[in-house]
Design a protein. Sequence first.
Length: 116
Amino acid sequence: MLIRMIPKVFYADVGVGIDLFVGCLGFQVLHRDDTLVVIGRDGAKVYLVQDADFAAKDRPELTIETDSIDAVYNEVRTKAPQVLHPNAKAIERKPWGALEFAVRDSTDVCVIFRQW
């Protein structure tokens, strides 16, 4: 049985990812060494990897599904409004029926929050 998929996000400076996920989104650091930071919140986890070569090749878009999008949005809007994505800075119902908003860090990693 599959339980969850955990993405790796590569950064030239892993501190940028820590700022977004821990500082702005409330994740906790579960493990940290020279090149890997494992973070988690509730059931979501992300591996932040310091590797400038891979970071230069890909800036991912990640989606986190939630059952409390209003609470997550209000937390982000209050704590770190500067990370709200300029094209998705408010909760909006998409044509496919989901409610969504997004955040973006200074390296263009995008995290979409979605509630069906």
